[in-house]
Design a protein around this ligand. Structure first.
Ligand code: C2E
Ligand code: MG
Ligand code: MG
Ligand code: MG
Length: 284
């Protein structure tokens, strides 16, 4: 935007900046259209218990059906959604869709859980607790089977209002997981300040588990910290059998990644859950 002149006025005449602004408008338009015409898709990536391979949870991952560019991942639209208030109605849809599937899955897998990503804007908007309550009530999903994933950034940015909003969420039953744990610059004190139940070890550390090095020491320390504080722990981005074996050896309770299962539709995950015993696809 170069309205009113000022120091950024040059941007109007800068070709790449102009193209970026147009692309942003195009994405924003696609988001509005998707909200109005059922253009979002929610995929689910299995999370397994490392001791027996059972699927115990799934992370909801958002996709946008773009009229010309096909199915888009969050990296191409989440930023725009967060920069506008569109993330609020989009987040509501994600919660409702995830809870709808959760309510179906528990019919075949009673202890199944679902995790939903939540961004700073959604927490600071202070509509989150109401959205969560609505989504669980309408779908009939058990709130205690729902987890919200927030990054360390969200906790760092959270003022007192946002902290109270997160407490309102957990008071109603859902739990909080810290996503991409270890990549933020926040201090560990937020583990005390916020009602966190689970940490998800970022995949940059999990990737290093195949080779000897400090990643193994870091993952081991996080698992030890989680155990001491009574938190659950998930290893993210598991891409090889070696990484999964290392997580099992270190006592990481849960694992998620392409080696275990790709993001899939809710129906596909439901089919997997119907297999007895419930196991994750090994070949992904
Ligand atoms: P995230 O929450 O850390 O989600 C994990 C991302 O890593 C997903 O990418 C997933 O497909 C990918 N992934 C899973 N296993 C592996 C693996 O073994 N190797 C590698 N290299 N990647 C793996 P995706 O779906 O593109 O999502 C990217 C990010 O977008 C998410 O990161 C999350 O921060 C955000 N996001 C996704 N859905 C939503 C949503 O509904 N709302 C909000 N606010 N953010 C979302
Ligand atoms: Mg996540
Ligand atoms: Mg993550
Ligand atoms: Mg991530």
């Amino acid at each position: 935007h170069a309205k009113g002149g000022g120091p950024r006025r040059w941007a109007l005449y800068d070709e790449p900046m102009h193209r970026l602004a147009l692309e942003r408008l195009d994405v924003e338009e696609s988001l509005r259209r998707a909200l109005a015409h059922d253009g979002f898709r929610l995929l689910f990536q299995p999370i397994v218990d490392t001791t027996d391979g059972r699927i115990v949870s799934a992370e909801a991952l958002l996709r946008l059906e773009h009229p010309t560019r096909g199915l888009l991942g969050p990296e191409s639209f989440i930023g725009v959604a967060e920069g506008s208030d569109l993330i609020v109605p989009i987040g509501r849809w994600v919660l409702e869709e995830a809870c709808r599937w959760l309510a179906r899955w528990v019919e075949v897998a009673p202890d199944m859980q679902v995790t939903v990503n939540v961004s700073t804007r959604q927490v600071s908007h202070l509509a989150l607790a109401d959205q969560v309550a609505d989504a669980t009530r309408v779908s009939g999903a058990d709130p205690s089977h729902l987890l919200l994933e927030i990054t360390e950034h969200v906790l760092l940015d959270a003022g007192d209002d946002a902290a109270r909003e997160l407490a309102r969420v957990t008071d109603a039953g859902p739990r909080l997981a810290i996503d991409d744990f270890g990549t933020g610059y926040a201090s560990l004190s937020y583990l005390k300040r916020f009602p966190v139940s689970v940490v998800k070890i970022d995949r940059s550390f999990v990737n290093g588990l195949d080779r000897p090095g400090e990643d193994t020491a870091i993952v081991e320390a996080v698992i030890g910290l989680a155990r001491t504080l009574g938190l659950g722990v998930v290893g993210e981005g598991v891409e090889t059998a070696g990484q999964l074996a290392a997580l099992q050896r270190l006592g990481c309770g849960r694992a998620q990644g392409f080696h275990i299962g790709r993001p899939m539709t809710g129906a596909e995950l439901g089919t997997l859950l119907m297999r007895v015993p419930r196991t994750a696809p090994r070949s992904a």
